[in-house]
Write a protein that binds this ligand. Structure first.
Ligand SMILES: [Zn+2]
Length: 177
């Protein structure tokens, strides 16, 4: 067993010997990094197809979480652009870390932290993975008292809006004084 350190979420996740976590950090171009990883781990028809999709959205993609299959282990990689400010950098990194957490099968850690630290009681397992990743963003931002303003440079992000609505719906009432 080792630990995967998810820096922005602040979780140390115990992972099996057959898994590895790689935070590749800032990259110049998310799509190119994905392509390099795919070359390294080997391509399959699915990957080639995914690359076509990614290329189409090349300018919109700010980060990614990919799993590469090694001979013995599965390698979970996250990587993201430097967006030039703490707010967005925390947001995108928390998003990708949450995808990684999900790939390690440990969304319970986020679920517990949301409940214990922020009074938000949400069951994550049945939600769309993109909404879960946006809840990870909200967790990381609120943890730092960076209050999500819901505005992003590419305008409306529907998953973020859904996550934010859910976050506020599920926030337990403050106990009466
Ligand atoms: Zn995502």
């Amino acid at each position: 067993m080792g630990n995967a350190k998810l820096e922005v979420l602040g979780f140390e996740v115990p992972i099996s010997l057959f898994s590895a976590y790689h935070d590749d950090g800032f990259v110049q171009d998310v799509y190119e990094h994905t392509r390099n990883l795919n070359r390294f781990y080997g391509t399959s028809p699915n990957i080639v197809l995914q690359e076509i999709v990614d290329k189409t959205f090349k300018d919109k993609v700010k980060g990614s979480c990919r799993v590469g299959r090694g001979i013995l282990r599965k390698h979970v990689h996250i990587y993201y652009l430097d967006l030039g400010n703490d707010y967005e950098n925390i947001e995108i990194r928390a998003h990708e870390e949450t995808h990684a957490l999900s790939k390690f099968g440990r969304l319970d850690l986020l679920e517990n932290a949301l409940r214990a630290e922020q009074g938000v009681d949400i069951s994550l397992d049945s939600l769309d993975p993109e909404i879960v990743a946006c809840l990870g963003e909200l967790y990381a931002l609120n943890k730092r008292h960076l209050f999500p303003h819901g505005i992003s440079r590419d305008g409306v992000n529907i998953n973020r809006i859904k996550a934010s609505r859910l976050y506020h719906q599920k926030k337990m009432q403050e106990p009466a004084p």
